[in-house]
Design a protein around this ligand. Structure first.
Ligand code: MG
Length: 219
């Protein structure tokens, strides 16, 4: 059986926070909305953005566009703003060359996650993508990890790692599902005293370098 690494998408492989902030700033400038609205929308959309989010925003801000049109604009706008670095894509290729199965496991709506994956150029560099809306299970539910592993031809627990930035959905969830874990800290301090990631890396590139450097017996 192959070795498996699952990677989170948002704020692990791509900078979602930056894309959201950029899109909100442009959206609010075009409508001459005040700075408080920029802050409110950025906070709301950073937390979680689904089509229903735009129903409440449309109501609260008195926007003329229909929520579905706002969601479509958000999907297109976010996809246009996310990128995956060449260094990251190269590491995914190196992992696969070294015998790892590489999958993306992400929570979110299928349309926006697929648009971002395509726009960032990730689809040609991974073996499978697993999106919560498509499989009906969200991280930290162990079922989400099992389904992602299965899409990569892997059975858990086996020899599997999860890479992600969220201490709960990515790290605690993966640990429960029997995967070893790499937390993408982005310079932040670990805050869950009840659980320790197996490894901490600053970026997805660093996490891949760690995995590529593991001796065979430790994988
Ligand atoms: Mg994330």
């Amino acid at each position: 059986m192959s070795r498996l690494v699952l990677l989170d998408l948002d704020n692990t492989l791509i900078d979602r926070h930056g894309a959201v902030a950029d899109w909100v700033a442009e959206f609010c400038t075009a409508r001459q909305l005040p700075a408080e609205t920029v802050l409110h929308m950025t906070g709301l959309l950073r937390e979680r953005a689904v089509p229903e989010t735009f129903e409440s925003l449309q109501r609260n801000l008195g926007l003329a566009e229909l929520p579905a049109a706002l969601w479509d604009a958000y999907v297109t706008g976010l996809a246009a703003r996310v990128t995956c670095t060449t260094e990251t894509l190269t590491r995914l290729d190196l992992l696969r060359t070294a015998g790892w199965a590489v999958g993306v496991l992400t929570n979110g709506a299928a349309d926006i996650q697929r648009a971002k994956l395509a726009s960032a150029g990730l689809l040609d560099h991974v073996d499978a993508v697993c999106i919560s809306e498509e499989v009906g299970a969200r991280k930290p539910d162990p079922e989400a990890f099992r389904m992602a592993a299965a899409l990569c031809g892997h059975e858990l627990p086996g020899d599997a790692w999860m890479v992600g930035d969220d201490p709960v959905t990515d790290i605690a969830g993966a640990s429960t599902a029997g995967l070893r874990t790499i937390w993408i800290s982005a310079g932040n301090a670990w805050t869950n005293p009840g659980l320790t990631p197996d490894h901490v890396a600053q970026t997805a590139v660093d996490s891949a370098d760690f995995l590529l450097g593991l001796p065979e017996s430790a994988r």
